[in-house]
Ligand binder design. Sequence first.
Ligand SMILES: N[C@@H](CCC(=O)N[C@@H](CS)C(=O)NCC(=O)O)C(=O)O
Length: 205
Amino acid sequence: MKLYFAPDTCSLSPHIVMQELGLSYDLVRVNNRTKRTSEGGDFLAVNPKGYVAALLLDSGEVLTEGPALVQYLADLEPEAGLAPMNGTLERARLQEWLNFIASEIHAGSSPLFNKELPAAVRKMLEMRLFERFDLIDARLAKHAYLMDNGFSVADAYLFAVLNWMPALAIELESWAHIIAYRERIAARPSVLAARAREAEIPAVE
Ligand SMILES: N[C@@H](CCC(=O)N[C@@H](CS)C(=O)NCC(=O)O)C(=O)O
């Protein structure tokens, strides 16, 4: 299987999951601006949506959308416990978190990368985002991870998104439990290994 990634983006989430599961995989780096890949190809031919992450399966099929990817991967090795069994309330709880991260934190923060954003719009988006951080911080004040049973694919996803907050000049000082959580996950061997593997692949023009 092959993961198409771009450094410091949400593609780090499925990459962490692949490392947690000890899967063997190839990595292809994508230039998100030019859509060229480290294989010399056109990323749009792999994923016409034009964004990472994309997972090329051994069958030749391509799977996209981070929450779908991490659940597909977790279900390959269910005994690793990164996602509860399908059809259970706990699985729906995981999906509740994945959807919250995707729609409220990921989609709620990525527009802030736009330098042309009017100040009032930026402020409104930040206020919405910060209210969501309050909710996450309250959860993490009482639990080490988002799910009750330890680290899950939702944590890999939230970590990947929290990781780009400094680039938005959002330092998270107001949310001490989120900071501690981010540091705890950053130290996981899976995260260190995923980052090291991504760093091995040179930038693509
Ligand atoms: N809905 C997609 C969004 C993926 C996404 O936002 N990818 C960003 C990086 S975090 C990207 O590649 N953006 C480049 C672009 O849109 O051109 C998912 O959840 O996987």
